[in-house]
Design a protein around this ligand. Sequence first.
Ligand code: MC0
Length: 150
Amino acid sequence: MDNTDLFVCIDHVGLAVPNLDEAIKLHTEVFGWRVLHRESNEEQGVEEAMLGTGDQHVENAQIQLLAPLSENSTIGKWLAKNGGRGGIQQLAYRVRDIDAVCATLRERGVTLLYDEPKIGTGGSRIQFAHPKSTGGVLLELVEPAASASH
Ligand code: MC0
């Protein structure tokens, strides 16, 4: 796969937050973002909200607020390790063909977490690269659902 075909853009930056409603209040009332979408993802152990700025819609980079559904979830453990405070948990790149991108990254020695992509926000297909193979950042790959307008 050619490098120019690998990533489309930054899809979102994921922030771990202890309380979703409080985080939404901060990001909407103080920072002026607006809520585009909200859902729970049991498999990932999160309750999440996707935020967009101003008049932007889903085609632009978003902020994802991630609250834990339980203490044992990935976000619950991340928060516990970080003294209960929120922070940047992940950086997500948008891709057009997640299977092709995963194959290319594997060939290049990147450690991907799942054998096959799982279901993420809004029916997207997602995969993660372990921070140990990305220079310390948890990297998510997102292939938006066909129904998403990008
Ligand atoms: C752990 N580490 C991180 C990190 N989490 N480094 C950067 N960013 C993070 N978020 C580092 C630790 O500092 C440690 O480094 C090493 O990785 C192992 O840490 P751990 O605390 O033992 O953590 P693990 O191994 O239990 O879990 C790490 C792992 C996990 C990446 C496997 O976070 C994971 O499965 N993530 C993918 C799923 C996910 O994040 N789901 C929630 C979002 P040292 O050097 O101390 O060894 S769901 C989502 O985002 C969906 C809904 C969507 O967008 O559609």
